[in-house]
Design a binder for this molecule. Structure first.
Ligand code: ATP
Ligand code: MG
Length: 560
């Protein structure tokens, strides 16, 4: 997909809310919620939903709740709850005092279920899971009524209570809504509302052994919280009649409406929690916050900023059409943000030693450099300079092609913020590899300008060999080598990119970086944006993650 123009992209939900406000629906209120299930870490798809829900609430002076949809005790964990709260906050959103858990409503939900039974609109079914599936029919065949569908209200009430009391084993009975086994919408063929699970819940412990299903829980939680616009992804479109059925048949404190939008799909990655869990548990990556992961904690560690992610979510828009977005769109957002926000520094990834022969070997001088060439208010720093420096190995060529404006024998280049130097000699090691360059400098060019106005095209980054810190730099590439790892029906794991990370452990960076804080982000001049690793950073051993290169190198590859 091509890059999206800056500005507000389509958002049909915004228009719906504007209409509702105009017509006084929901009493002029806007109240949304972000409802994650705590069974994994949040990813970029969730960011889209978070920005949408919290963003719309803020835009229309409404409220947005954070609600954990925690109805599956077997897959949910406190670790996930904590990481989700941290990630939503990091993205820049605030649920204030509105942190809720669907499990807080288990008593009320039980009451609503009893109400449906009393009305003859729910019954306890004793078919097995397989039988229920078989009776349900298919898209082309209607379903059949369960033989237990005609149980009396009294019998249902008694059985449901005994289910709650733990008198039955998992799977022995379920509670189902009594709707229509012939409905063309399979979700309306007497959907299961409650199932028995003898499992300890991360919040309610062993208080419950029956748990409500998503479709029953979600609409009622929305109603209890007075949600006005319940925004979810397209796969729930066919569930909307059930959402409405529950609310239409129960006396709830409010009447929310559900709206669906297309989920975010990103090229060269996967966003399904099942897949992400497997990447972590099978060791394809080093944890949920591995900088190659599309999780919020992963891209945070990689160096992405909340500002860039929010900008990305705004640019991709909200539609009903499924699209795949190129990761390059996100990378451009982070380039744009860091371009104005990140301090400039110098670091050399693949160092080549340069000795400046006519510079006094006992001398060190402090040169000054701005932290951001376009933003003088960000101040400056000093760069120590001496007779031994490092430059990037690829900035030297012994036999350069035409148009190579970097260093070569006999050529003159500018060292950024320092001097003009000329290469005089090449020193090799025993294997014949270039080990060192011998150069001379022009003392009249301090700061990098020649007083006689002679032209020097190339400008190189460099660090003082005697003062530089040795750093580890981790370069990341895409986690998968094909745009849609799940396409084609093959094994998605076979599409993992075996070269998704390269660790360089002999990089040299300027000494000012010894004061960098974990998670600080920098532009390494000419190389890209880098972030001090929040886990592994230490002042004696700086570790940087490359967030993005300065240009979209993938777009170039595609054009070739
Ligand atoms: P997965 O399908 O990866 O298991 P999920 O939808 O089950 O994810 P939830 O925790 O239930 O994950 O999601 C919380 C909210 O985030 C839901 O409203 C869901 O619709 C939304 N969401 C999840 N994935 C995406 C996505 N890729 N794009 C947009 N919204 C998403
Ligand atoms: Mg879900």
């Amino acid at each position: 997909m091509t890059a999206i123009e800056v500005g507000k992209a389509p958002n049909f939900i915004r228009r719906i809310i504007e209409d509702d406000l105009r017509n006084g629906t929901h009493g002029g209120r806007v109240h949304t919620r972000f409802p994650p299930e705590p069974n994994g870490y949040l990813h970029l798809g969730h960011a889209k939903s978070i920005c949408l829900n919290f963003g719309l609430a803020a835009e229309f002076k409404g409220k947005c709740n954070l609600r954990f949809d925690d109805t599956n005790p077997e897959t949910e964990e406190v670790e996930y709850v904590e990481s989700i709260e941290e990630d939503v906050r990091w993205l820049g959103f605030d649920w204030e005092d509105r942190l809720y858990f669907a499990s807080d409503y288990f008593d009320q939900l039980y009451g609503y279920a009893v109400d449906l039974i009393r009305q003859g609109k729910a019954y306890v079914d004793s078919l097995s899971g397989d039988q229920i599936r078989e009776y349900r029919g298919t898209l082309t065949e209607p379903g059949r009524d369960s033989p237990y569908r005609k149980r009396s209200v009294e019998e249902n009430l008694a059985l449901f209570e005994r289910m709650r009391n733990g008198e039955f084993a998992d799977g022995e009975h379920v509670l189902r809504a009594k709707i229509d086994m012939q409905s063309p919408n399979i979700n309306m063929r007497d959907p299961v509302l409650y199932r028995i699970r003898h499992a300890t819940h991360h919040r309610t412990g062993d208080k419950w052994c029956i748990y409500p299903l998503y479709d029953f829980t979600h609409c009622l939680s929305d109603a209890i919280e007075h949600i006005t616009h319940s925004i979810c992804t397209l796969e729930f479109e066919d569930h909307r009649p059930l959402y409405d059925w529950c609310l239409d048949n129960l006396n709830t404190p409010s009447r929310p409406r559900q709206y669906e939008f297309a989920r975010l799909n990103l090229d060269y990655t996967v966003l399904s929690k099942r897949r992400l869990i497997e990447l972590v548990s099978a060791g394809h990556v080093k944890g949920w916050d591995d900088p190659r992961m599309p999780t919020l904690s992963g891209i945070r560690r990689r160096g992405h900023t909340p500002e860039a992610i929010r900008d990305f979510c705004e640019r991709i828009g909200v539609t009903k059409a499924d699209t795949r977005i190129d990761l390059g769109v996100l990378e451009n957002c982070v380039r744009e943000h860091l371009g104005q926000a990140a301090m400039r520094v110098m670091g050399v990834l693949d160092p080549l030693r340069v000795v400046i022969e006519n510079y006094d070997s006992g001398r060190t001088e402090d040169l000054s450099a701005p932290n951001h060439p376009q933003r003088p208010e960000l101040g400056g720093r000093t760069l120590p300079f001496c007779n031994e420096i490092y430059i990037e190995r690829e900035d030297f060529m012994e036999d350069p092609p035409k148009g190579f404006f970097r260093l070569a024998p006999g050529c003159e280049v500018r060292l950024r913020y320092a001097y003009l130097i000329t290469c005089r000699d090449v020193v090799r090691d025993a294997s014949g590899k270039v080990a060192e360059l011998r150069c001379t400098f022009d003392p009249a060019t301090r700061g990098g300008d020649a007083p006689d106005g002679r032209k020097v095209k190339g400008t190189l980054h460099w660090v003082s060999a005697r003062h530089a810190l040795t750093a580890e730099v981790r370069l990341y590439d895409r986690l998968f080598s094909v745009p849609d790892p799940d396409a084609g029906g093959g094994d998605w794991r076979a599409n993992l990119n075996p070269h998704s990370v390269t660790v360089l452990d002999r990089c040299r960076v300027e000494p000012s970086l010894s004061h960098a804080r974990p998670e600080a982000r920098f532009q390494f001049e000419r190389l890209g944006y880098f972030c001090a690793d929040r886990r592994d950073w230490s002042p004696d051993r700086p570790v940087f993650n490359r967030t993005v290169t300065l240009r979209d190198t993938w777009a170039k590859k595609a054009n070739r």
